[in-house]
Design a protein around this ligand. Sequence first.
Ligand code: IPE
Ligand code: IPE
Ligand code: MG
Ligand code: MG
Length: 324
Amino acid sequence: MKEQIIKEINQTIFDFISFTEETVLQEMLYYALGFRNDGTLLESGKRLRPLFCCLTCGVISGSHENALLYGAALEMLHNFTLIHDDIEDKSDTRHNRPTLWKQYGEALAINAGDLLFEIALSAAAASDTLVNKFGLRRMMSMTESLFLGQHRDISFENRIDITESEYLKMVEGKTAALLGCSFALGTVAGGADVKTTEAFQTAGQKIGIAFQIQDDYLGTWGEAGKLGKSISSDIMDKKNTLAVVYTASKDPEFKEKWQSYDGSAERVQEFSSAMEKAGAPEYLLEQSKKYMEEAKAILLPYRKEGEYQLILDDIIDSLTGRNK
Ligand code: IPE
Ligand code: IPE
Ligand code: MG
Ligand code: MG
C-alpha cells in the first residue's frame, strides 16, 4: 500500500505543476520535484511529509484520499524551501544530481521556487474546499515558523556561542514545524477534533527534531552517495549543527579553532575528529532517539489496528538509524 500511496502523491504533484507554456520553467518545476518531462521519476526525495499526512489521515479515518492534496501541498512547499536553501547554502548537489540553481542559474531558480510556493498554497486552498476545513491557515503559520527558523540557521553561521536551547529553537522552525504540520493536516483531512490534531502536531514536531539531529549526524558521519548531498559542506559552511554546539560546550580548544576556521576543505577531518573525541556522534544519536520516544508516547493513545498504522510505525522507526 505504501508504494500505491507514493504513486498517488506523485501523480497529484505532477498534475499541480503541469500547467505552464514556458517550457524551461515547466522543466525546472519537474526537475525540482524529481520528474522527467514525461512524468517518469528521477532520483528524488523520500516524500516523507506527504506520507505522514496521508498515513495519519488513514489512521484517523480509515482512508487516505482526503489527505492527498494537503500532502502534495506540503511536499511542494518543502521542495520550494529546498530550492532556496540550496542557493542560500551554496549547495551543488541534491538527490545525487545538480541542484536547481546549479543547473539553471540562481535568478531562474529563485523565481521557480517562488512559483512553487504559490502552487503549494493553492493546493492547500483547494484541499480546504474539499474537506471543509482550514488547513491553509495552519500551513501559513507553519511557513512563518519555517522562515524564522531558516533565518536563525543562516544567522548562526557567524556565531560560535550558540547554546543547545538556541539550536533547538532554530530546528523547531526550520525542520520540525513542517513535519508537525504534516501530521496535523493528515488529522484535519481525516476529520479529527482539535485536541487530536494538536497531539499529532506536537508528536510530528518531536519527530522533526529527531529527524534534524539525525540529519546533523549524517551531515558529518553519513555517506554522501546514500544521502545524495555533499557531507563535508556542513563543516565547510560552518553550520552550527548539534555536533558543533555540543563539542564547543565540552572543548574550549575546539571552540577557539572553530572560531578562526576559514571553511577550507583540508581541515574538515580535523574538526570531525575533535567532535568524535568529545563524544558528539553518540550524543546526537542518543538525543535523536530521545525525541523519537517522546513522540511515540504522545501518539500511543491514538493507535489503531490496521495497515495505515503499521506503515506509519515502520516509517517512524526507520528514521532512527536512517542513512538517506
Ligand atoms: C531535507 O529533508 C531537509 C531537512 C529538513 C534536513 P529530507 O531529507 O526529508 O529531504 P527529501 O525530501 O528526502 O529530499
Ligand atoms: C533545510 O535545512 C531546511 C529548510 C530548507 C527549511 P538544511 O540546509 O540543514 O538541509 P540540507 O542539508 O540542505 O538538506
Ligand atoms: Mg542546506
Ligand atoms: Mg540550510
